[in-house]
Design a protein around this ligand. Structure first.
Ligand SMILES: [Zn+2]
Length: 273
């Protein structure tokens, strides 16, 4: 099970910068590209599984308070880029090019639901404002257009709070799927999963190829999660020794590593004496 195998054609990459930093805008900690950083285009479908695991394990550590969460969220951005919340949130996906308003429904980022003017909406992501710039061509390079020219620019930022909230909700969702028992609590959480819009195309390459046009990095993580929790194999597992969430398609796998398995066996044999 691999998103890259399912959607082999790469018409739409994602951009990550070599370095990100924190700053404070509107009284909130935001993450944005560092002034000295370089952009890199990559295919997040290759990294979907690692990205999902990193997000889940980061949430687990945040909940257990075993990690510096500011550093953890920054490290995630440095590895994969920002989530793309700006593109992910509005219901009208042509908002940037065609409308003066965005339509927002229930969301995990604390944005008010309803209609918002485009200017007010963009202020949340471009604290210094955004003016189209000829140097911002990464959206065109990834065949995505003007919204992504802006979103992949150095002016774009995301609040740490949004990223953290999204990761924690992903983690709760994962736990509910692991415990799924058709009782009310897990049914409610599992049925919260919603795909607002799914765009795909068929590209004419060596052969006609199905291509998913993912709107955001978040949508790639969501899709990887949806595939894992609906699979018969249930490949996401929680290590019996250290609690780490890991990926293994072998139904009998119980430990994230040989080290954890050995340690578990040592403790168990000591316990017997
Ligand atoms: Zn382990």
């Amino acid at each position: 099970m691999n998103l890259k195998e399912q959607f082999p054609s790469n018409i739409s990459g994602w951009v990550k910068y070599s370095r990100y930093k924190y700053s404070v805008e509107r009284g909130q900690a935001v993450i944005c590209p560092h002034a000295d950083s370089q952009p890199l285009v990559y295919n997040p479908l290759d990294a979907a599984q690692d990205m999902l695991l990193d997000a889940l394990n980061l949430s687990r550590q945040i909940k257990q308070e075993t990690i510096d969460e500011n550093q953890g969220v920054l490290d995630f951005a440095q590895k994969y880029g920002l989530l793309g919340v700006c593109a992910d949130l509005p219901l009208n996906d042509d908002f940037f090019e065609r409308s003066m308003e965005v339509y927002i429904t229930d969301n995990r980022y604390d944005f008010p639901t309803g209609t918002m003017t485009l200017t007010k909406y963009l202020d949340n992501f471009f604290p210094k404002g955004y003016l189209p710039n000829r140097e911002d061509h990464l959206g065109d390079l990834t065949r995505r257009g003007d919204l992504y020219n802006a979103l992949f620019s150095r002016d774009y930022s995301e609040e740490k709070k949004w990223i953290k909230r999204y990761f924690l909700s992903l983690y709760d969702y994962f736990l509910a799927c692991m415990d799924y028992d058709r009782e009310r609590r897990t049914v409610e959480i599992v049925s919260e999963y919603q795909v607002k819009r799914l765009r795909y195309t068929v590209t004419a390459e060596d052969k006609p190829t199905l291509q998913w046009i993912f709107p955001s990095l978040k949508s790639v993580i969501d899709m990887a999660m949806a595939q894992c929790v609906t699979s018969e194999i249930k490949p996401l597992r929680i290590c019996k020794k250290c609690g780490e969430i890991y990926y293994n398609e072998n139904a009998r796998s119980e430990f994230c590593s040989g080290r954890c398995r050995n340690q578990w066996n040592v403790y168990r044999s000591r316990g017997r004496k």
